[in-house]
Design a protein around this ligand. Structure first.
Ligand SMILES: Cc1cc2nc3c(=O)[nH]c(=O)nc-3n(C[C@H](O)[C@H](O)[C@H](O)COP(=O)(O)OP(=O)(O)OC[C@H]3O[C@@H](n4cnc5c(N)ncnc54)[C@H](O)[C@@H]3O)c2cc1C
Length: 384
């Protein structure tokens, strides 16, 4: 749903200009330094990008899912590390509080998240707990007006920069499943929290992940999201479901950029006395990529509109995440092929995208986990 087409088009225009004039020229610097320049992060704050998904009443832009998706199509026509700066705040950092938080939690945290004054990380994965997230082992044991948290979280995006963690921890050790898990807002400066070294990753330089260790960390009971134990896993899954449409939109934007670069190269590059774009075998690779980007875009918009209408989109969100992330990998692979040897060299940028997009098939639920969700939903619906 687009609420006000004119205002929204103006927002898209400013994002397009920001990508063209500020982000694309900074891509190489980010890849080399592994840092997003502070002035770019500040501009993102000023544009309201940290508050995309937060209601206007709390100072955000309150975009609908369709608006958020269309904005991501534009914002992600550059290195995906730029999106990662806002990704965890826009996602569970704000949405868990928005969907299930108490009025006090919303009133305190959402305005600060919307302006980017506070940035948030989502801490679910652990050294021994990945796809089977409901079996997480980090504990949060009630001690009167506090919970005492112990455990280690792994691969936490933006942990070195975040001011708060949305933490999933087991409040009921007797319940080893999802029902024993609660969600907390944890101040990153709390005594007992320590960070591991930044992980050395395959790609997405400028986006940082690390381990987060909790050693007898005292978290106020008032920071239990929704003031109710045992709801944390449900909160995480609700937010991740929305996040799957978000991530699929990210994949569409990045894939479109990669395809644009490949097409431009194919037109400029001459072999056998003509532009390689004239060769039908090269056109076949361009055409396959075009059709797949278009298919993913249509899927994302359809799922987003259904979600905006209040319909359940568990299957659609997983279909989008699975198809778009796999599509993005195929588009990047074909782009390397279209560029030939240049596709393998860092100065052309395509090999960087090739490495960057590999992550999309892994995090926020691997392709196999999306297959499991889709298949399980299909069987359940058929039996109902
Ligand atoms: C760069 C990066 C950033 C991340 N950011 C965050 C973050 O901010 N917060 C956070 O909490 N987590 C984060 N993660 C963690 C990420 O979500 C997990 O890595 C992902 O969910 C997979 O878990 P795993 O790595 O433990 O793999 P595993 O669960 O060990 O899976 C390994 C393989 O087994 C397959 N597999 C597992 N179970 C099944 C099954 N039942 N059936 C079939 N196949 C199966 C998987 O699909 C995969 O191919 C991040 C990871 C990375 C790499």
């Amino acid at each position: 749903m687009i609420r006000d087409p004119e205002t929204f088009e103006a927002l898209l225009d400013s994002v397009r200009r920001f990508v063209r004039e500020r982000l694309v020229p900074a891509e190489n610097e980010v890849a080399e330094t592994d840092e997003i320049p502070a002035d770019i992060v500040q501009e993102m704050r000023e544009m309201g990008l940290f508050g995309l998904t937060i209601p206007e009443a709390y100072g955000g832009l309150e975009l609908t899912m369709e608006e958020e998706s269309r904005l991501l199509f534009e914002l992600c026509k550059t290195s995906p590390a730029f999106r990662s700066v806002i990704g965890t705040t826009v996602g569970i950092g704000s949405q868990g509080i928005l969907m299930d938080g108490t009025e006090e939690q919303k009133a305190y945290y959402l305005p600060k998240l919307a302006t980017g004054e506070l940035s948030a990380s989502f801490a679910l994965t652990e050294p021994d707990v990945g796809s089977d997230a409901a079996s997480l082992r980090t504990t949060a044991i009630n001690d009167g007006d506090h919970y005492i948290v112990n455990g280690t979280k792994r691969y936490i995006t933006n942990a070195p920069h975040s001011k708060i963690f949305t933490l999933m921890a087991r409040t009921n050790p007797a319940d080893k499943g999802a029902g024993g898990v609660s969600a907390f807002i944890v101040d990153a400066q709390s005594p007992g929290i320590s960070l591991g070294k930044n992980d050395k990753k395959m790609g997405q330089k400028g986006a940082h992940t690390c381990d987060v260790m909790f050693d007898n960390v005292r978290v106020p009971a008032a920071n239990l999201i929704g003031d109710k134990e045992g709801q944390g896993f449900k909160t995480a899954m609700k937010v991740l479901e929305k996040g799957r449409i978000h991530l699929a939109a990210v994949c569409v934007g990045v894939a479109q950029r990669i395809l644009d670069d490949a097409l431009r190269y194919a037109i400029d590059r001459k072999q056998f006395g003509q532009s390689i774009a004239e060769f039908q075998l090269v056109q076949a690779m361009l055409a396959d990529s075009k059709a797949e980007v278009y298919a993913a875009e249509c899927m994302v918009i359809d799922a987003a509109r259904k979600r905006d209408e209040g319909r359940s989109v568990s299957t659609e969100a997983s279909c989008c995440k699975m198809f778009a992330s796999e599509m993005c990998g195929r588009v990047a692979d074909r782009a390397v092929q279209i560029l030939g040897g240049a596709g393998y060299l860092s100065e052309y940028g395509i090999e960087r995208f090739y490495r960057d997009v590999r992550l999309f098939r892994l995090y926020e639920g691997t392709t196999q986990i999306q297959q499991i969700i889709i298949g399980r939903n299909m069987v359940r619906e058929a039996r109902a």
